[in-house]
Design a protein. Sequence first.
Length: 574
Amino acid sequence: MDAKVFDKSKLPSRHTTVGPARAPHRSYLYAMGLSETEINQPLVGVASCWNEAAPCNNSLMRQAQVVKKGVAAANGTPREFCTITVTDGIAMGHQGMKSSLVSRDVIADSVELTMRGHCYDAIVGLAGCDKSLPGMMMSMVRLNVPSVFIYGGSILPGNFRGRQITVQDVFEAVGQHSVGNMSDEDLKEIEQVACPSSGSCGAQFTANTMATVAEAIGLALPYSCGAPAPYEIRDRFCFASGEKVMELIARNIRPRDIVTREALENAAATVAASGGSTNAALHLPAIAHECGIDFDLFDVAEIFKRTPYIADLKPGGKYVAKDMFEAGGIPLLMKTLLEHGFIHGDCMTVTGRTLAENMEHVTWNDEQDVVYPANKPITPTGGVVGLKGNLAEDGAIVKVAGMSTLKFTGPARCFDSEEECFKAVTNKEYEEGEVLVIRYEGPKGGPGMREMLATTAALYGQGMGDKVALITDGRFSGATRGFCIGHVGPEAAVGGPIGLLQDGDIIEIDAVDGKLNHQLSDEELEKRRAAWKPRETDYTSGVIWKYAQTVGIARNGAVTHPGGKEEKHCYADI
């Protein structure tokens, strides 16, 4: 591409590179070895969530170098920078998980600050672990400069005595170990073989769910989010993404041209069709919020309700992300949804073409059984269901992929933190038929809306996954399975009904009709509300305290600022 097609007078980098007054600014760029030609080209931020915290992220630095080559080959000047990630698999089951959802907004904020401070003209963003994917996409639509998203790729499956496994099996092994069904030696063996490579958790947990979203919403190149991290083909996707962002600059195609209401509906449909993580119902509203689009949990749930479940992926099914990529990738899933009218084909994507145009040459693969045709689904409705009722006026959500029982009624057993519930589960201090209630774990009350995989996996490992239910104002990992309802709102910390429940109260869950109710009378509920007092938190300083002061309700994505509707100017137009 000819560099002359770029008019610096309309790009943000003119504020740091053009004119006599910017001589001091340019001197810093010369100090880093840039030439005059490179300084005069568009400056592209290559934002990476690389770190050594977990395998999800540790291949991103290498992939970023290939992106930079692609940018340079198309006459752009790449400027690499890193932001944080908090890896849920390691943060899970202790106080560290309070950092997880907070990190999503810190990622978006830190990318925004770097872009604003240095006046970069575009972003190629690389992300690996759960919250880094929506965080990176949120920054793209917030800034609205030409952007391409790249997923670092999934991990390869582990092998335990001839059986394909993921980290989910290790969490569930802890439950088996707690009831004497697994020895110390077997637990040690399974933990050592579950994660054999770089890459994010391999099943349709939150990272792969949001990677599917990235292609479906149009911010990532087709097929790029399905290739596992160790596959060399990732370099081709990274190079192409670097080249493509330069074309987007030249054509002035921006994220908000791509992320429309219809694109968000496409994203929600692919989550339902793939049996994806309930966390998508938190992240899609947050991405929409950055664009100024109203798209809350109930909007997501409506899409879930009318979308068939067609991808036989773990944790509810039998395959992992690598298998779907080799069967035909995310485009195979999207093509059958498009052919049967479940997604919109006229949405713009980062290819510069519409989704339907991208799908034109995608053909069905009869030799695979990972993805079913949309007219012959595993089940006729989505793998994720939204709930509402007198216990959840602001909604709740449950993942039903792979479940046979979709209704549950039982007495509550209440816990005011995840730790209390996990201890009870570990010691088998609960009864079959109960509804375990974990509260004060919402966005404000946690603070930070922790995931509960350690507890839910322990239940499943004990063989109780379908014999008890669990509800919480916190969240669940995409690896959670069983009758586990999250995002219950209003949360306990603001006086929601979940905080007024007592042991023995009857709770009714109906994932067929989408209902979550208690059987308390209005009089009894008001009596309890009058006696209720807010629960004190011990997070009274620092970033988690700061988050609690600004975070909104889960229904709207647990966002921390007013969003696109309230902005007076957009960064891309400074």
